[in-house]
Design a protein around this ligand. Structure first.
Ligand code: PRX
Length: 637
């Protein structure tokens, strides 16, 4: 892979934190910040050991902080033992037992509040349910649920008994779910009869049934009643959540697990057609989530924290579930769509629950921006004190709108860069310290050695675009790709030997701020969701009418990037509008509605090099209506 990246965007606006914000921040003085930063840089192991003792409750302290193993594997807090669930719940019972842990709102409008004590009781019961169903340590439980408190209860119950959860976003199709169930060798599936989205009920149980037609490892299915949809239950395999919980004891003594005990799998797209199961383990992951929660979100006891991500994505793992609960926060969870019944929904939730920290995606901000100020201006947003973004680069225009219209010019914005693989935020401003710049994720977090390099791994001078790499291991880094050590090494550690390859391009400015420019591999970021072009291509060619397909990302004002597909039909197939629609629908059915192509062109040939490689650069230019430039000498047709 070679790189030549120029950034056209130049953004000079800078917003230092206000003195009001800084004076109350968890980290307020430049000296404290520099001291911590240098401590983390110079003595990373001592630094992380100190944070691990301060932020987590261990049953047994570790013998070694960091151990480098063979094949690019790293282990943290080796010999230490803890339980991720008791860190998130039990340890708060004494001082925060009656504090609200979860403030939930369903799409139709009902609300529920669970205190830490309530949450503890439900988790203990569900841990007993899982054990009774035969789930033991290291077994995989796939969770395919709407955003309801039971989703978090199921995740934390798995953590409590040392089983791995594998949450699959409820927008994925039966086939995508089946692939994830089979790849992870899932033993038990937890789902619901349905979930509400845009006023409709999603047929979750029916999708699970379809996926289980070819999934031999699954023994039991637990079904939560949510929408009262009519569903079928298979005797001996399927059980109602309610029935199992009714009989379960609320007492459960949790056992401590090794710091490197697997905590969860989460599938994400890479540059091949097959999604990969990213593996995270217990101690390092939980530390990263908890520590970043305190520092980057400047968490206070009285904060009402709302991260709008679904638990089907990593953001919902680290900043809806583990980070905030481990830190003892109150989290808001909303089941449905941001524009249901109208574009005021988010702001109504902020007003109603007095949200103080809001963490959302640029695609949502752009969608709200398009609808105008009238929606947010109809609600009282004065409870907000800090805003965050994640998932994709934010354009300065949306950033400024977020700051002015949502944040009333008083809330700092933390633009946080990270990935499923990194487990938690790695690049972000510290809100009481850093000046923020619209469109920049700012500076590496404590202990993170990020650099922009050329294809040989040489650090580039300021303002030169290149590959973003992480030079040193960090506690919440992925521990592997489930069942595929070779792919793990190739994907992350072979591009720039000795460094973790993020797959992103970036530049660093003269002040040290990072400006993320997007993916350099075949991954597309649609509305903050990672999709692999090859996954879409293989879905298209699985249709009987298709001979060949190429998929590229095209800039989109709301989604960031949209899918643009070029398809060659098999001999004898007739081009028609109907077929275009059918192919789009085919992809949506195979992968999920989020992967439905925006554009699909039936073409007679694809631009290829003489060696047969599709020239995506040419297709990207075609899709975005740009002039095709650059060296075309290798183009065959
Ligand atoms: O390209 C980067 C983009 O999202 C990718 C990671 O996607 P995923 O694993 O699904 O995790 C998303 C939530 C953490 C990255 O490789 N990305 C994430 N955050 C940002 C971003 N791009 C620019 N700025 C960000 N703040």
């Amino acid at each position: 892979m070679t790189i030549s990246i120029d950034q056209v965007l130049r953004e000079d606006r800078s917003f230092p934190p206000s003195s009001e914000f800084s004076s109350q921040a968890n980290l307020q003085s430049e000296e404290d910040y520099k001291r911590l930063w240098n401590f983390a840089k110079d003595e990373p192991e001592t630094f992380w050991a100190e944070q691990a003792s301060k932020y987590l409750k261990w049953e047994k302290t570790w013998d070694q902080v960091l151990v480098e193993k063979e094949n690019c594997h790293f282990e943290w807090f080796v010999g230490g033992t803890l339980n991720a669930c008791t860190n998130c719940v039990d340890r708060h019972l004494k001082d925060r037992g009656d504090k609200t842990a979860i403030l939930w709102e369903g799409e139709p409008g009902e609300t529920r509040a669970l205190t830490y004590r309530d949450l503890h009781k439900e988790i203990c019961k569900f841990a007993n349910v899982l054990t009774k169903l035969g789930v033991s340590e290291r077994d995989v439980v796939t969770i395919y649920m709407p955003m309801v408190p039971e989703l978090l209860i199921a995740m934390l119950a798995c953590a409590r008994i040392g089983a791995m959860h594998n949450v699959v976003f409820a927008g994925f199709s039966a086939q995508a779910l089946q692939e994830r169930i089979n790849n992870s060798r899932t033993k038990v599936v937890v789902t619901a009869d349905g979930g509400f989205r845009k006023g409709k009920s999603l047929p979750l149980k029916a999708t699970v049934d379809e996926s289980l037609k070819q999934a031999d490892t699954v023994e039991k299915v637990v079904v939560l009643k949510r929408t009262n949809a009519e569903i079928s239950m298979t005797a001996g395999r399927d059980f109602w959540w309610m029935d199992l919980m009714e009989k379960a004891s609320e007492h459960h003594k949790a056992k401590a697990f090794d710091a490197e005990h697997p905590l969860f799998l989460l599938y994400t797209s890479g540059s091949t057609g097959k999604p990969k199961g990213i593996l995270h383990t217990t101690g390092g992951y939980l530390l990263g989530a908890t520590f970043s929660m305190q520092m980057i979100f400047d968490l206070k006891e009285e904060d009402i924290f709302w991260c709008t991500a679904d638990a089907g994505w990593v953001t919902g793992h680290s900043y809806v579930t583990y980070g905030p609960l481990s830190a003892g926060a109150t989290v808001v969870i909303y089941e449905g769509s941001p524009n249901f019944p109208d574009f005021g929904r988010f702001w109504k939730i902020v007003e109603k629950h007095k949200v103080s920290i809001l963490y959302t995606a640029p695609t949502a901000i752009r969608a709200f921006m398009r609808e105008g100020k009238k929606w947010p201006e109809s609600y009282d947003l004065s409870s907000l004190r800090l805003l965050g973004t994640v998932g994709e680069p934010i354009n300065p225009e949306a950033w400024i709108w977020y700051r002015e219209v949502i944040g009333g010019k008083r809330c700092p914005i933390v633009d946080t860069w990270w990935q499923t693989e990194t487990g938690g935020i790695l690049i972000a401003p510290l809100p009481g310290i850093s000046a923020t710049h619209p469109g920049s994720a700012s500076v590496p977090f404590f202990g993170v050695v990020a650099e922009v390099v050329d294809e040989k791994g040489k650090a580039l001078p300021p303002n030169k675009g290149g590959f973003l790499v992480i030079r040193k291991p960090w506690p919440n880094m992925l521990r592997g790709i489930y069942g595929d050590g070779k792919r793990y090494r190739e994907q992350y550690w072979s591009q720039i030997p000795g460094s973790y390859f993020t797959g992103d391009s970036a530049r660093r400015d003269a002040e040290g701020n990072f400006w993320i420019m997007g993916r350099v591999d075949d991954v597309i970021n649609v509305s903050g969701h990672r999709l692999s072009t090859m996954e879409i291509e293989s879905s298209l060619v699985s249709h009987t009418a298709v001979a060949e397909a190429a998929v590229v990302g095209k800039p989109d004002p709301i989604k960031g990037e949209a899918l643009s597909c070029f398809v060659i039909l098999k001999d004898g197939q007739k081009k028609s509008e109907g077929l275009v629609e059918e192919l789009k629908q085919h992809v949506a059915l195979q992968i999920g509605a989020l992967a439905r192509p925006s554009e699909l062109c039936l073409v007679d040939s694809l631009p290829k090099t003489r060696s047969g490689k599709i020239m995506r650069r040419v297709l990207r230019a075609l899709a975005s209506g740009e002039k095709i430039s650059g060296d075309l000498s290798t183009l065959e047709d």
